[in-house]
Design a binder for this molecule. Structure first.
Ligand code: FAD
Length: 403
């Protein structure tokens, strides 16, 4: 297959937009591929200067120019603010880190929904405007020149907090050509992007089903059944102000099974224990079994402090978050993307073939494995109070040891 000007195959592009940020000829635009992912297109104004190839985080030749760091500190962290916990996907690390790093002048980059349910990398000034950037949107953002904008702010001496996927942070480092004392970077454990086209079609299907306009969507709903259930629970907000929580959202199931995952993410060079940001955030899956004294029900962040800057920030989090130091290996055991990339489903092609003639919902349902006795037992298990789950796990482990 032909290579892009960035030196990679088109299937390896994650759509971070770094090439567009650095192009002096402004010859890079993006168009959707057949799966709905953003892929770059280079106009004939291109003069082959090679800047885009040197800024592309997916170009293997650039990996040696990035500094990968083994985390210096590993922590569980839970915000002490009930409001922040409720508005965050995990334990609220993103908002609490922003609180200690930012003042009213700091520029904060993150992902926000646009009016039409596309996702964009946006920036806001000051903490008071951070709300749209909160919470995970499991969709590929529409590429823009966010990296170039961050570079401009830093050039002017502004402080910048930049949160994004590992590939977006790697792109920023390549665009900047190194670190900057006014910059703090946050990435997260990343399963990979879902297709924006699939997400938009799902929203349209749900609008037809409910016969009302959807004006807001939350990929992670933990208010009613807690953190562990937030990985299958979503919430729709309608124009008339009503809200519907979907405890077993089918889109989420398809996302977790990687039916409509970005092809590049299956080979992500950043899904590993060595990190390229100052701080890595993640969901702390399994923490309730490691430490039953922790109140895990509303969400717990796994925080990896990867640099001296990151360690200094974590030190300052101790007032606003309940923080405890942890061991690396047991903490990442249930968090695959901190070990290796999550592969796309073998049913990916069948899924995209199916949505040509059927709904997104039906196409996911058709490909889900049939329910087994084990899956029924697990479903009931996760409905039990956490204390009972822990007691039962200890009991079963005890039985297994005796055998
Ligand atoms: C596509 C994707 C896949 C993920 N996969 C995993 C995983 O497999 N395991 C895991 O433990 N955690 C994963 N996460 C991270 C996790 O869901 C939480 O976002 C993270 O733990 C931070 O939560 P929080 O409570 O600190 O704050 P939150 O307020 O929830 O912070 C969310 C942060 O993510 C940024 N963000 C949201 N959507 C996007 C996007 N599409 N592109 C770039 N940045 C975005 C926001 O700007 C914000 O900085 C994923 C996130 C995304 C967006």
């Amino acid at each position: 297959m032909d290579k892009l000007k960035t030196g990679i195959g088109i299937e390896d592009c994650s759509g971070c937009g770094a090439c567009q940020s650095v192009c002096p000829q402004k010859c890079v635009s993006f168009e959707k591929d057949q799966y709905g992912f953003n892929k770059p297109k280079f106009s004939d104004k291109c003069v082959d200067c090679g800047l885009c190839a040197r800024s592309c985080p997916q170009n293997a030749a650039n990996l040696s120019r990035l500094e990968f760091k083994r985390p210096e500190g590993v922590y569980s962290a839970v915000s002490k603010s009930a409001e922040i916990l409720a508005e965050s996907s995990s334990g609220g690390a993103f908002s609490e880190i922003a609180k200690v790093f930012c003042d009213d002048e700091t520029v904060i980059f993150g992902a926000a929904f646009d009016g039409d349910f596309s996702v964009k990398i946006d920036c806001v000034e000051g903490l008071n405007n951070i709300a749209p950037l909160r919470k995970s949107k499991y969709v590929q953002p529409e590429p823009n020149i966010a990296h170039a904008r961050a570079k401009e702010f830093l050039k002017k001496g502004r402080r910048v907090l930049y949160a994004g996927t590992p590939c977006q942070i790697a792109a920023l480092r390549l665009v900047l050509g190194g670190d900057n004392p006014n910059l703090l970077t946050l990435d997260f454990s990343c399963h990979g992007f879902g297709s924006p086209m699939v997400f938009r079609r799902y929203i349209e299907e749900k609008q037809r089903e409910f016969s009302k306009k959807i004006v807001g969507f939350s990929f992670r709903e933990k208010a009613r059944r807690g953190f562990n259930y937030s990985v299958t629970s979503t919430a729709f907000l309608f124009e008339d102000g009503s809200r519907v929580v979907n405890f077993k959202d089918i889109l989420y199931k398809g996302f977790v099974r990687a039916f409509f995952k970005c092809d590049a993410c299956s080979k992500c060079p950043y899904a590993r224990g060595e990190r390229i940001s100052d701080i890595t955030m993640a969901d702390f899956w399994g923490i309730e079994f490691m430490d039953s004294s922790l109140q895990a029900g509303k969400g717990v962040s796994l925080v990896l402090a990867n640099t001296k800057k990151g360690m200094e920030i974590v030190e300052k989090l101790k007032d606003s978050m309940s923080i405890k130091e942890r061991e690396f290996s047991p903490s990442v055991k249930k968090n695959t993307p901190l070990i290796s990339p999550v592969k796309a489903s073998p049913f990916r092609e069948r899924f995209f073939e199916s949505i040509k003639t059927d709904t997104v919902e039906n196409s996911i349902r058709k490909l889900l494995p049939p329910k087994t006795l084990k899956s029924h037992i697990l479903r009931i298990f996760y409905l039990l109070p956490v204390r009972m789950q822990i007691a039962m796990t200890k009991f079963v482990r005890g039985l297994a040891r005796r055998k």
